[in-house]
Design a protein around this ligand. Structure first.
Ligand SMILES: [Zn+2]
Length: 387
């Protein structure tokens, strides 16, 4: 199996990709790898890249496989954006870079982790390169679903669908690969709802588990308008903290690299000269960093909303007595109380309010207003407050 080991519950996709890697007649130069968040889109793309480059089709242990899997192979470019979208300029640079002839491997592979972020004009820049690539070039475009890319891309690529892995598959993987004990593995698999990375974080990091508990305590804390605003602000504060713990080290490393490039601290380099030299690049870097932090903050808030969805989904399961396991089984007493205190109609409205909150987040709605409006609606699902 080798390079495919990291993929959980994706047998059909693995069969198709490994066949393409081993049989030239089954190979295609442009792929669209789709699947819900956490299903392993980029893991699949990078494993495929390794299988294509590896002399024995993806052993997972040779130098080529290891370098590709570590994201450090010169002929496997991994593109991921911290920006909300890719510009035409980004697309032009990407196309120019992709024309290189691979050094001592069969292919030059470009993995784009968020192909849904290309603007329409950026897509137009790439179309020709995707339709008629140089003989050694392979495009691996990843998106949540085929609807996320323009039809012009869809029609020029071979589409693969990853599925959400089942709870049992995720739990087994957590036990087998990370040595997580069975009870914790079962909890993390349930709570993550098939998101493999999230399952691993929940199973192995106590901070992540505590954070999730704080989020799931929010519904019980919404007693009046004041508490809705307090919860909204607290949620944004938590998300800001989490975004900082992701972005601060990245920012610092980039700042460091930029300063080293310009010889900060070297003898004879005056501050005035440095400012002139670094000015433009440093400004661009800060712009990119600000945008990354904003996106990360929104991602954190969205994840909290997904956790809240799981809470009310469980309430609904109890209310309609559905024959279905609870995602948050460890909270059964509180969920039962909530189920008895409201009707399925209330719960459906609350679920709908969370979905609308997620849309408002995606549409760049103002924080913490989006969170506060949502919590007001969760408190009293009959009142609609528009943010
Ligand atoms: Zn190998």
């Amino acid at each position: 199996m080798g390079v495919w080991d990291q993929l959980i519950g994706q047998d059909a996709v693995v069969a198709e990709l490994s066949h393409a890697a081993s049989d030239e007649s089954a190979m295609t130069h442009a792929w669209l790898i789709t699947g819900p968040p956490g299903s392993g889109r980029s893991t699949a793309a990078i494993a495929f890249a390794a299988a294509l480059q590896c002399p024995v089709g993806g052993c997972g242990t040779c130098a080529t496989c290891m370098t590709v899997l570590a994201g450090a192979h010169r002929d496997v470019e991994i593109v991921r954006s911290d920006q909300l979208s890719y510009s035409t300029e980004d697309a032009r640079e990407l196309v120019a870079r992709s024309s290189v002839v691979p050094a001592d491997v069969p292919w030059h592979v470009v993995v784009i982790e968020d192909a849904d972020r290309f603007t329409e004009s950026a897509v137009n820049v790439m179309l020709k390169a995707i339709e008629e690539p140089p003989p050694h070039l392979v495009w691996l475009l990843c998106t949540p679903s085929v609807e996320d890319v323009l039809p012009t891309i869809r029609s020029r690529t071979r589409v693969l669908h990853l599925r959400t892995p089942g709870t049992t598959e995720v739990a087994q993987a957590l036990q087998g690969r990370y040595g997580v004990d069975p009870a914790m593995a079962a909890f993390a698999a349930r709570a993550s709802q098939g998101h493999v990375g999230r399952a691993r974080a929940l199973a192995t990091d106590e901070g992540t588990r505590l954070r999730r508990q704080e989020i799931l305590r929010i519904p019980g804390s919404l007693r009046d308008l004041g508490s809705c605003f307090v919860a909204g602000e607290a949620l944004v504060a938590m998300a800001t903290e989490d975004a900082a713990s992701i972005c601060d080290p990245l920012d610092a490393a980039e700042e460091d690299a930029l300063q080293r490039t310009y010889g900060v601290g070297a003898e004879g380099v005056t501050k005035g000269r440095l400012d002139r030299l670094m000015g433009r690049e440093s400004k661009e870097l800060h712009k990119a960093q600000t945008s990354r932090r904003k996106r990360s903050l929104r991602d954190q808030v969205d994840r909290a909303f997904v956790d809240l969805l799981s809470y009310y989904r469980d309430v609904l399961v109890l209310q309609i007595k559905a024959d279905s396991a609870l995602i948050n089984d460890e909270m059964r007493p509180q969920l039962t109380q909530e189920a008895n205190a409201s009707t399925p109609t209330d719960t459906a409205r609350r679920l709908d309010a969370i979905e609308r909150g997620r849309l408002a987040l995606a549409a760049n709605g103002a924080l913490p207003l989006v969170a506060e409006s949502l919590f007001v609606e969760l408190k009293d699902p009959l009142v609609r407050v528009r943010g």
